[in-house]
Design a protein around this ligand. Structure first.
Ligand SMILES: *[C@@H]1O[C@H](CO)[C@@H](O)[C@H](O)[C@H]1NC(C)=O
Ligand SMILES: *[C@@H]1O[C@H](CO)[C@@H](O)[C@H](O)[C@H]1NC(C)=O
Ligand SMILES: *[C@@H]1O[C@H](CO)[C@@H](O)[C@H](O)[C@H]1NC(C)=O
Ligand SMILES: *[C@@H]1O[C@H](CO)[C@@H](O)[C@H](O)[C@H]1NC(C)=O
Ligand SMILES: *[C@@H]1O[C@H](CO)[C@@H](O)[C@H](O)[C@H]1NC(C)=O
Length: 387
């Protein structure tokens, strides 16, 4: 296949651009509120020297006589050693989590029973800002770095740029990546217009600047698959290898793009979400997707509360189902392969998370902003109330 030159030949994901309506104006108002909260949160976070740990977690007071934090519903991992661990990829053989940080380093994080025993080590500095991360077919690490391009890093740490775009179209804010069984790499570009530092402008502008791309290592061809996506963010290949599920953050939804079979090239709705999705990961053990929601939406709390009555708080008890969703709350929503939600783990401690990956009995949550990962402990404590 030739490199994509003619944009018009690419199918439109959203051929109809909605005109402003009443419902889109509440959406804009909600978005402004959310952005305001986000800016306040970042400001407060950046200007406070001390992270108020006691608000987050019960830490052991002394090494000898502590109640292990693992008995807490959740805890912080890698505090102050991980700056903005946006996406996570778990290497089960070495039991290491690979994550890209804001300083350009991809770090490797041990998975220990108790989060405070976690060891964080620097691995490779991309010189940019690694975001999406996934393992390739040969154990290599594939990274979307909006400053450097699509990267291939061998386990020995040798880095190579695979692509920065096509002849006519250079990437701007490439975001999330996954690798199909046949080796083809699929990745999203949240915005072709704005850089990572300006991503809030893209959200404010609210136009579909997002795109979906593929790169085939056997032909070394970069291909534009979809354009007109609304802040195309997380992406995961379906277990049957027939489609990729991608999240459109500002639309609070995920859709499916078929990569083979009869429906190849078409787009289908997958799920509307009760918040703003970031990364999505498929978990083979449970045959479910785990989608990180950076923030919950309060758009129509009675409707959402009804639809997501299965949601539960991480602070112990399942929630009163009538409680409305809180805009300062983030979480992880678990969705089956048909797009039906089965559970939703949430709480204010998950505000601004960008990924949630199930590892053994835990869920590790990355974040574009936080100086740590948040981990949900002992998933079995919640499974008895899964719908
Ligand atoms: C969760 O499970 C662990 C291990 O089974 C247990 O020690 C802990 O007390 C449980 N926590 C809650 C809140 O039920
Ligand atoms: C944490 O895990 C790493 C890697 O598995 C291991 O080397 C280390 O000993 C563990 N630390 C503790 C305190 O268990
Ligand atoms: C990444 O680089 C390694 C070493 O050159 C190579 O074996 C592997 O096939 C490459 N992966 C991709 C997806 O290009
Ligand atoms: C919210 O959803 C409920 C239930 O579907 C509906 O009755 C109500 O009118 C909605 N409210 C708004 C403001 O759209
Ligand atoms: C949202 O959650 C935060 C943190 O738990 C709390 O301080 C705030 O009062 C809540 N707001 C609403 C409207 O429930």
């Amino acid at each position: 296949m030739p490199e994509s030159k003619n944009l018009d030949s690419v199918p439109l994901a959203s051929p109809i651009i909605p005109t402003p309506t009443k419902s889109s104006s509440w959406f804009i108002v909600t978005l402004f509120l959310v952005l305001f909260l986000l800016v306040v949160a970042i400001f407060v976070f950046k200007t406070s020297q001390v992270v108020p740990l006691d608000q987050f977690i019960r830490l052991p007071s002394s090494a000898g006589e502590h109640e292990p934090a693992i008995n807490a519903p959740w805890e912080l991992v890698g505090l102050a050693l991980l700056e903005g661990p946006e996406d996570l990829a778990y290497h089960s053989k070495s039991r290491l989590i690979y994550t890209g940080c804001v300083d350009g380093w991809i770090k490797r994080v041990t998975v220990n029973e108790s989060g405070v025993d976690t060891v964080v080590k620097k691995w490779v500095d991309t010189g940019g800002r690694p975001l999406g991360i996934a393992f390739g077919r040969h154990n290599e690490v594939i990274v979307t770095d909006p400053k450097k391009g699509l990267l291939n890093i061998t386990q020995a740490g040798k880095m190579k740029v695979l692509t920065k775009g096509t002849k006519d179209e250079k990437f701007k804010l490439i975001d999330s990546v996954d690798v199909a069984e046949n080796g083809v790499i699929y990745f999203t570009e949240a915005s072709y217009k704005y850089s990572l530092d300006e991503f809030v402008l893209d959200i404010l502008e609210g136009k579909p600047h997002g795109r979906l791309w593929s790169y085939d290592p056997s032909t070394k061809k970069t291909k534009l698959l979809l354009r007109n996506l609304y802040f195309a963010n997380g992406l995961a290949i379906s277990p049957d290898q027939n489609s990729v599920v991608f999240c459109e953050t500002v639309m609070m939804r995920c859709r499916k793009y078929f990569i083979r079979g009869k429906k190849k090239g078409s787009v289908k709705d997958f799920i509307d979400l009760p918040g703003f999705p970031d990364n999505i990961h498929y978990d083979i053990g449970e045959d479910h997707y785990w989608i990180a929601l950076a923030m919950a939406s309060s758009s129509n709390s009675s409707e959402l509360a009804h639809k997501y009555s299965l949601r539960r708080s991480i602070n112990g008890q399942p929630n009163d189902q009538k409680e409305s969703i809180n805009t300062t709350t983030g979480g992880v929503i678990v969705v089956d392969t048909k797009g039906n939600p089965t559970s939703h783990y949430y709480g204010p401690q998950f505000s601004l998370i960008s990924s949630g990956v199930k590892i053994r009995n835990f869920v590790y949550c990355g974040s574009l902003f936080n100086l740590y990962m948040v981990r949900i402990n002992n998933l079995q404590n919640y499974s008895s109330i899964l719908v």
